[in-house]
Design a protein around this ligand. Sequence first.
Ligand SMILES: [Ca+2]
Length: 134
Amino acid sequence: RNLEDTAMEKTLLSIIAASGSSETHVLINKSMTWTEAQSYCRANHTDLTSVRNLQENQKVKNLVPSNERVWIGLFRDSWKWLDGSNSSFRNWRESEPNNRGHKEECVAANFEKSGKWEDWTCDYRRSWLFQRKW
Ligand SMILES: [Ca+2]
């Protein structure tokens, strides 16, 4: 494979991603901090998963074992999605976000609780979800 082929492939993938109707979520069972997971995603031209509605929550619920908490792409900048998604959907667990110790900046979905969200310190190591649009 030469460089030109690789460039072409990237372009094609970008086009498909931009038009993307079908979005795939992938669970990575390798414990990382939220920031490490984000870096890994960025290096692969993707992002940690956005959960923008109940339908997407169901999608990821089918993917993650029900005893797990996983990082998702939401972070405290008045709660924004990494990929820039706009959505008013919120799925916080009761009494969350509670910002314990004033340093809980990242969000994990708790699949013991149907994927409800909890804010956590970003340096906690856990599995994580990323999304790809091809
Ligand atoms: Ca919390």
